[in-house]
Design a protein around this ligand. Structure first.
Ligand code: SF4
Length: 332
């Protein structure tokens, strides 16, 4: 920590004359002295880029890992969940805007060491960076991941995947699992509704899959925006082709919120239709979230028996199941 500043120096930036270029995400913000980036979490201060959220979690709690959602990674365990404030996308439909659209740090300092200790004390089997976008607090996350690795605690990102090519490897390589939002299969929709673009997200998904990081994908189904048959066919066929048929897909229901409070929520029929399309594309594990009454058990694709039974966040693992499913990462 620099004595002259409240904020620790960030990584992933370089000087551009009198300004600073942030290289963490594809926005590539150019910041003059005193300016913050689009994410609201990085500031140009006296010739250096600094993280304004390092060490200041806005939320810390033990959650079922299924809540992230991750259904095939350490099922039935609890994950120590941490978020800060801010986001590098500005989704009009954000379901977590009270954290993502806030900037600053009104909370108490928690060092990476204290955080890993808290995860252990809470008997959590993993640490999840979630609630707001972890890419924007990469420096804090990376320090926690290093310490967690020493304690053999796997770390997870629940992320929009909107990271630069330059930073991707450093930011993601210490992770054991990710849930990446695929908000739409259209660059136009990404640009209009999120302020980002599609390609970097697809590249992050591919990078994680190719590196063997356990990858699940989530799509928030927004009526009239991303839920038409053709888009769903394209996105789910892309997942099958590039990530494999065993990639878990979570289709979640939109509830009117943030800048889209006058937009209708997702109907049961739409969720059922989307699930059918994903299954017809070849995905073997398609789950439905944020809507009651759906069957979210995991079935063995060989014999049809239940392998993991879920009632809400109550999880039963059917260990006696005869076929081993390599897609399920269990506790050793
Ligand atoms: S991480 Fe923040 S400051 Fe950096 S380029 Fe992205 S939006 Fe801009």
């Amino acid at each position: 920590m620099n004595n002259q500043s409240l904020y620790p120096e960030a990584r992933f930036w370089k000087r551009k004359g009198e300004s600073i270029l942030c290289e963490l995400c594809p926005h590539a913000c150019i910041l003059h002295e005193g300016q913050s980036g689009l994410c609201g979490s990085r500031i140009h201060e006296a010739g250096k880029l600094r993280s304004t959220v390092y060490g200041y979690p806005s939320a810390l709690q033990s959650d079922p890992i299924e809540k992230k959602p991750l259904f095939h990674f350490l099922p039935g365990t609890r994950t120590f969940s941490i978020g800060t404030q801010g986001c590098n996308l500005s989704c009009k439909f954000c379901q977590n805007w009270h954290l993502s659209a806030q900037h600053g740090r009104e909370h108490e300092y928690v060092s990476p060491k204290e955080l890993v200790l808290a995860a252990k004390n809470n008997r959590c089997k993993s640490i999840a960076f979630t609630y707001n976008e972890p890419i924007i607090f990469a420096e804090y996350a990376l320090d926690i991941i290093d310490l967690a690795e020493q304690e053999k605690i796997p770390c997870i990102f629940v992320t929009n995947g909107y990271v630069s090519e330059l930073a991707r490897e450093t930011v993601f390589s210490g992770l054991r699992a990710v849930n990446i939002d695929l908000k739409a299969f259209s660059d136009t929709i990404y640009r209009h509704y999120t302020g980002g673009s599609l390609r970097p997200v697809l590249d992050t998904i591919l990078w994680c899959v190719n590196k063997g990081i356990h990858t699940e994908i989530t799509t928030l189904l927004i009526p009239g925006v991303n839920d038409d048959d053709l888009s769903l066919e394209k996105s789910t066929q892309w997942i099958v082709k590039n990530c494999g048929e065993d990639t878990p897909l979570h289709l979640t229901a939109f509830h009117p919120d943030y800048m889209m409070t006058d937009h209708p929520g997702t109907s049961r029929q739409s969720l059922e239709r989307a699930r059918k399309i994903a299954t017809a594309s070849g995905l073997r594990y398609v789950y439905v979230g944020n809507y009651p009454g759906f069957d979210n058990n995991t079935y063995c694709p060989q014999c049809g028996e239940i392998v993991i039974e879920r009632k809400g966040y109550q999880v039963t693992l059917h260990k006696e199941h005869q076929h081993s499913l390599p897609i399920i990462r269990r506790l050793p």
